[in-house]
Design a protein around this ligand. Structure first.
Ligand SMILES: [Zn+2]
Length: 141
């Protein structure tokens, strides 16, 4: 006879295959011994559920730059996208706010520098521009 498991020729009355050890009496092969496995701890992945038909909400760099340079555009984009694309809207709003604040600070700095330069050129003393109103009166009046 031949081994049912590996095909090795063996004694007709053998109970076990000399090559692979398979039983000749059992029709079914014994299942492999259970191997204890340490359960793999997996960090739960928090994913936003995919919404079918949802618009791609990825803020584009170009639009952010536009919002930054022209804050009013960012404000309009924010208001238009607020409901459909909250992530993009927030990014545009943020870029617009940074652009606005930076523009505001720069314009103040520009006026201060302009006053200092004009003041210096006009021969006014430094104390004159402690009060811009006082300086303006002297300069224009
Ligand atoms: Zn065998």
């Amino acid at each position: 006879m031949f081994c049912k498991s590996c095909g090795q020729q063996m004694d007709d009355f053998a109970l076990l295959c000399p090559k692979c050890g398979a039983s000749t009496t059992d029709q079914t092969q014994a299942p492999p011994p259970p191997v204890y496995q340490q359960p793999v701890y997996q960090q739960p992945v928090y994913q936003q559920p995919y919404q079918a038909g949802a618009v791609a909400d990825v803020p584009s760099g170009g639009m952010k730059l536009l919002s930054f340079c022209i804050p009013i555009v960012g404000l309009i984009l924010y208001l238009t996208w607020k409901d459909q694309k909250p992530v993009s809207a927030k990014a545009m709003g943020k870029a617009a706010l940074i652009g606005f604040i930076l523009g505001f600070v720069l314009s103040i700095a520009y006026y201060i520098i302009a006053f200092v330069v004009i003041g210096a050129a006009s021969g006014y003393s430094y104390s004159d521009y402690y009060s811009i109103a006082n300086f303006a009166t002297k300069f224009f009046g």
